[in-house]
Design a protein around this ligand. Sequence first.
Ligand SMILES: [Zn+2]
Length: 120
Amino acid sequence: MMPINVFVSERRAANLLAQIRWRDGVYCPRCRAESAIRYGSYRVFQRYLCKDCGRTFNDKTGTVFEYSTIPLRKWYLAVYTYIRLNTSIRQLDAESPFRTRQSTGASSASCGRWTRLGHN
Ligand SMILES: [Zn+2]
């Protein structure tokens, strides 16, 4: 579960993105070189300079968040809410008496029998 503070602090949200993205080390999104050095910052994001191609990039470069004007923390909240909602729906479905045939284990033959019995 995500720590709640990533939903309120953009800096913490940026730190989490950096941790996930660079878990195997920082590399250049253009030339893939691993010779990047810290090079100031871009808003709350760490900026880097690639010593191989001379390009600068930041924690968001090359991710789906790069051109988004929506704060990262709001993305997290949306994704988190979506996952939680999906999980809740699956739980509800599992607990529901109106489950699908597959999950109750009833075969189509027995369903046919029940239908015929209903008509008698
Ligand atoms: Zn590079």
